[in-house]
Design a protein around this ligand. Structure first.
Ligand code: DC
Length: 229
């Protein structure tokens, strides 16, 4: 990372599936006027391409090629890949599960590192994922780790999927989220864990505005040196 990159402020939001990372990251980015990186989308793109082309989710060499060859185009909320608008497709539960499987492979993670770091642009970046504060942006000015009980997270994800008109079953969701937690936290490379210097917020009984308020107070105190907010 160049010295000029390190002078660009980064806020990292890490946490398990459906903990509210995306909502918090979007709220912080809008309030601070920062760019937004949803790092999970990269793993979802690799997972989706593998499912589409029948590549086994354990075939690391081919999955690395898929990761290196990704040429996404982001247009607001829309994501385009291989000439198709895939935003909704990428949010499907089976794509999330495939993403979590390919994300356990070291070569795939290495192949996606540069693209994630390229998102660090002025006036600043809010990055959400599993290893933003530990691996991708270890020098981030402000790190937050959010979590919530598995039941609360399954309910939230269920609501989100239904609102988007996507199929959802709460029992299956509970099981899939539990399995995803175990895989994301138990893998050898860049496992889901809080950076030692992260603020931890349990969102089980908090609504989105309350989480945003807590995070903003913390970030503003940490970002003082950058004179951005
Ligand atoms: O945040 P998400 O649900 O869109 O992420 C999908 C999967 O991608 C998640 O289960 C694990 C993986 N992932 C990761 O390993 N590291 C990240 N920084 C982001 C996502």
């Amino acid at each position: 990372m160049t010295s000029s990159a390190s002078s660009i402020p980064v806020v990292t939001i890490d946490g398990p599936a459906a903990s509210g990372k995306g909502t918090l990251a979007a709220g912080l980015a809008a309030t601070l006027g920062f760019h937004l990186l949803d790092s999970g989308i990269f793993y979802r793109m690799v997972g989706w391409k593998a499912l589409e082309s029948g590549v086994p989710l354990t075939d690391e060499a081919t999955l690395i090629r898929l990761a290196v060859g990704l040429r996404p185009r982001f247009d607001g909320e829309a994501v385009w890949l291989d000439g198709r608008e895939v935003s909704r497709t990428l949010r499907q539960q089976e794509v999330g599960t495939a993403a979590s499987k390919v994300a356990a492979l070291e070569g795939v993670r290495a192949a996606l590192l540069h693209a994630q770091r390229m998102a660090r642009r002025l006036p600043g970046l809010v990055a959400d994922g599993r290893d933003m504060g530990t691996v991708v942006f270890p020098d981030a000015a402000c790190k937050i780790f959010i979590t919530a009980g598995v039941e609360a997270r399954a309910q939230r994800r269920h609501k989100q999927l239904i609102e988007k008109g996507l199929p959802s079953n709460i029992t299956t969701l509970l099981q899939e989220i539990g399995e995803r937690d175990a895989r994301d936290a138990g893998r050898d490379v860049a496992p889901l864990k809080a950076a030692p210097d992260a603020l931890k917020i349990d969102t089980t009984t908090l609504d989105a505005p309350a989480v945003l308020a807590q995070a903003l107070t913390y970030c503003r105190s940490r970002l003082d040196d950058f004179a951005v907010c």
